[in-house]
Design a protein around this ligand. Structure first.
Ligand code: ATP
Ligand code: MG
Length: 398
């Protein structure tokens, strides 16, 4: 029945002169997602609106699912597009539409007409009244409620007449590619994929860096991170994943520094290396999955100590979230099952029994001086070890 979808977007409508940039990005992102759905589509801007028009047979569910993966869409309204063949024909079509779409007709409704094409012989008030009457005649079990209707029947007179009454919710946020790029520190855990998804929902494109520690961490642990990147790329677009060998740095810290400071020092080096790749690749910030108080390395003191080595801003989208809230998002974006697979993470292997929870930056720096002899060289070697993998969602992830 539906031959088109009207795409509603909220925030981007208020961007003034940049508006077309946001709309064009949204159109491109919609086109990209629809490549995964079964159908032929045309995505079109018309008077501050975006329409997805279908041609011939298409898979309704797949289409909606694809659109529900596009950041920046607030609502998806399946629309019937009608030729203008006079009011009586319109009334008949509206009645047929209701009959098909609402088998149970004990609802209250309101007709919400808009005449965008001023040469239509009736104004919107007249269309509202006349159509309301026709609907009540055809379905006496319905009732009009102009204030809080259960069903709002939109009739918009444009070049074609747009008839719709349903709005499927979208992800919200901003169109991908409208906010610059950031470097995500992606581990195999639950949090960092969610952090990547959330920053990306604000329009930020992401690259990612993963630190592995062979032979202490397995190929399988690395594959898990690739899989997670693949899962979020269904939303965030293709991701360049930089895999860095961190073993020698970890072993060196383990050898030279107090074990209770190991995690903090290690995290400071992770940030430094991530920042190196961020700058090399034009990223404007780093992104982590940290949340205050979750573990010893995420107290405010620890975060301050980790942050101290960074010159780029560090974005932490999960900073004030509870674990349960993060898990709910992980389930929704389908990363949770992958994240909980039990493969060793490089942090868990070298972890101390009693890590410091309130590190003092000066003490940490003092400990780091013990690394002076070789750390520069090891840093360079780690950077040189990078393997960059281009990760893209496969259709079955969509
Ligand atoms: P996650 O679930 O994201 O692994 P976590 O609760 O296990 O987080 P930590 O291990 O303290 O927390 O890591 C904090 C953040 O540091 C992670 O969210 C991630 O952004 C980054 N990080 C940790 N380990 C790695 C790694 N091996 N490679 C890349 N980034 C990492
Ligand atoms: Mg982790």
């Amino acid at each position: 029945m539906y031959t088109a979808f009207l795409i509603k977007y909220a925030e981007i409508a208020i961007k003034g002169k940049n508006r077309y940039l946001f709309e064009d990005a949204l159109v491109r992102n919609i086109e990209r997602q629809l490549q995964h759905a079964d159908g032929n589509y045309t995505v079109r801007k018309e008077n501050g609106r975006i329409y997805v028009e279908t041609e011939g047979d298409y898979d309704y569910e797949e289409t909606v699912q694809a659109l529900q993966k596009v950041f920046g869409i607030v609502g998806i309204c399946p629309v019937v597009l009608l030729e203008d063949e006079g009011f009586d024909a319109l009334a008949e079509q509206v009645i047929q539409y209701i009959a098909e779409e609402y088998p149970d007709r004990r609802f209250t409704f309101k007709v919400d007409a808009r005449r965008a094409r001023k040469n239509y012989p009736m104004n919107s008030m007249e269309i509202n009244a006349a159509l309301g009457e026709k609907i009540l005649e055809a379905f006496p079990e319905t009732k009009v409620d102009v204030h809080h209707p259960q069903v709002r029947i939109h009739v918009e007179v444009r070049p074609k007449i747009n008839l719709y009454s349903k709005e499927i919710s979208g992800l919200g946020g901003m169109p991908l590619g409208t906010a610059g790029k950031a470097m995500l520190l992606l581990s195999g855990g639950i949090d960092s994929p969610v952090a990547g998804y959330m920053i990306s929902r604000r329009g930020v494109t992401i690259e990612a860096v993963y630190f592995h520690a062979p032979p202490y961490t397995s190929e399988r642990a690395k594959q898990k991170v690739v899989d997670l990147a693949k899962k979020i790329s269904a939303y965030c677009g293709p991701i360049r994943l930089h895999v860095v060998n961190f073993t020698d740095i970890q072993l060196y810290i383990y050898e030279k520094c107090p074990h209770e400071e190991l995690t903090i020092i290690m995290r400071r080096y992770m940030m430094k290396i991530a920042e190196h790749f961020a700058k090399e690749n034009g990223c404007l910030g780093l992104v982590t999955g940290e949340s205050i108080g979750q573990v010893a390395s995420q107290t405010m003191q620890s975060l301050a100590a980790t942050n101290e080595v960074c010159t780029l801003p560090v974005y932490r989208p999960l900073i004030a979230m509870d674990k349960q809230e993060i898990v709910e998002i992980a389930e929704r974006i389908d990363t949770y099952e992958t994240s909980i697979q039990p493969f060793e993470d490089c942090c868990t292997i070298f972890v101390a029994k009693h890590p410091v929870t309130k590190p003092n930056v000066e003490y940490i720096k003092k400990s780091e001086r013990k690394l002076e002899e070789r750390i520069g060289e090891l840093f360079q070697e780690a950077v040189a070890s990078v393997e960059t993998i281009l990760v893209e969602a496969e259709p079955d992830f969509v």
